[in-house]
Ligand binder design. Structure first.
Ligand code: NAD
Length: 263
């Protein structure tokens, strides 16, 4: 026990290590880690010493290449919306490493629909987006929770500022991320003290997903206090911080160059 300003502070097993071994000996599953934010999270975690289960639903070659480039990683193709696939991801991590410490729910989908084009946002679009961003994420978390409890582990959901403000690529997408934010908070309440649950809400990040969003990128440059779109490393840094912050749970943290305070 360390005493600071009269308050007792428990020494964290994760927080007091040097940068390169903050996740030493830990095992992480990162869904949708064949590209973009998920890939960078997998790379950042590996740099911090973690063993990483890399996943994607379709891009097998890219996923294999990410896993092969890391010191201790394994790729599994799985679609979080397919019955049995989340459990298969958990089983693959256990078979290889015998434990799970961190789950990063990064897999997500959208459809770009201007918000006023209500006819295009039919219920089938809502179903397709919620199937991945809300239901798939839920099932993935439920599959991992028993093992996360054993390790006093943690979940980091990749949400979006579209779930915090009246913005985003479509109304169904923004609504799905708002639901994910609330899923994060509600789960944090019931899974403590064993499991911490947090979310990162990125603003506009340069990834394959947003490669042709130049007009949006320019608008962000104009409006956001930090005057640029985000890099995958900006998000991965916060995911690592939340994964290793022993007294933070139930938080949704915007990583957006200040965009939400300017909207
Ligand atoms: P990306 O297209 O580079 O990566 C998406 C990944 O998710 C891919 O690996 C893909 O295979 C995987 N995936 C999609 N559906 C899946 C499923 N059903 N099962 C398993 N894997 C699946 O996109 P990105 O920009 O890196 O997005 C990653 C996350 O970040 C998403 O949840 C997205 O909503 C969120 N996000 C992105 C931005 C941005 O500006 N890029 C902003 C806010 C939030």
């Amino acid at each position: 026990m360390v005493w600071e300003l009269g308050y007792p502070t428990a020494v964290s097993t994760l927080g007091n290590l040097s940068d390169n071994d903050r996740l030493a000996g830990r095992v992480a599953i990162v869904t949708g880690s064949s590209s973009g934010i998920g890939e960078e999270v997998a790379r950042r975690f590996a740099t911090a010493g973690a063993s990483v289960l890399v996943n994607s639903s379709r891009s097998v070659d890219a996923g294999l290449a990410v896993a092969e480039s890391l010191p201790d990683a394994h790729y599994v193709r799985a679609d979080i919306t397919v019955e049995g696939d989340p459990e298969r991801l958990v089983a693959a991590a256990l078979e290889r490493w015998g434990r799970i410490d961190v789950l990063v729910n990064n897999a997500g989908t959208t459809e770009v629909i201007p918000h006023h084009e209500l006819d295009r946002a039919g219920v089938e679009v809502w179903r397709r987006i919620f199937e991945v961003n809300v239901f798939g994420t839920w099932v993935m978390t439920m599959a991992a929770v028993p093992k996360l409890r054993e390790q006093r582990g943690t979940v980091v959901n990749i949400s979006s500022i579209a779930g915090l403000r009246a913005t985003g690529s479509s109304i169904p997408y923004a609504s799905s991320k708002a639901a994910l934010n609330h899923q994060t908070v509600l789960l944090a309440k019931v899974l403590g003290p064993e499991v911490r649950v947090n979310a990162v809400a990125p603003g506009l990040i340069d990834t394959p997903w947003t490669a042709d969003w130049d007009a949006v990128r320019e608008a962000v440059r104009q409006v956001a206090p930090l005057k640029r779109s985000g890099r995958v490393g900006d998000v991965a840094e916060m995911v690592l911080a939340l994964a290793t912050s022993s007294y933070v749970t139930g938080q949704v943290l915007a990583v957006d160059g200040g965009l939400t305070i300017a909207l």
